[in-house]
Write a protein of this length. Sequence first.
Length: 263
Amino acid sequence: MNKQSWTILVVVLALMAGSAAFLATQRSRQRLGQPGVRVIAQPTYDTRGFGANGTNHEPSIARSNSVFLPKFVLDYLSEAVPVQPVVLSTLPADTLFGHRFYRGQDGFEIDCQVVLMGADRSSIHQPRHCLGGNGLKIVSEERATVPMTRPHPYELPVKILKLRGETVTSVGSRQPVGGVFVYWYVADGQLTADHGQRLWLTARDLVTTGVLQRWAYVICYTVCPHGEEEAAYERLKDFIAASVPEFQITAGPPIQGARAKAD
């Protein structure tokens, strides 16, 4: 090995050693941030204790705490949904959940879920990972904002996935259906609907403050007749505007002039 090769090897080893020392230092000063959603001392159950008719014979507690979701939103009634065993076995043990199924007086249904990470960042994933098994495919994706009025007027960033698939009717025929899947991420003082930005904010805060932000992944999802996706999204927007202030602590920056105008 010539002198130049030795020099390159020494530089590479020095960089590796420096990186390892830096990462070790970061781990030693790392602390977990506060969640941007409400966590309550209410157990989360899994489906092992639920009978075929939905009754809970022997409750099986999956987590001692859960993410709060309101029982009543607008004219929607709701029921808590237990966590599937496959979810519990896949996600880290320090992951917390909130999951309710809402039904309006006219039968319109909304599936609302919150997945809150702990010290293990693998709790949070992109929606494609949880959409693969429901038979619906993503046909479009767009960014949007939902106007919020509480605790002050602001714009909630969201991502909208329009879905398409088929359902089998009671007589065995296939019928096309649509779906709307709205999601975003929230942490202490931070909101984004972009997976890449969430990763960048996480890395930035770890380096600058030593805080591992405790991100939550919020989902509002509905299935609708094919061709009625826009109407379904409008209803989801109303639901989000009414429900989010009940469980989400973090809000976006106030819209300039909106508070004065409201007063």
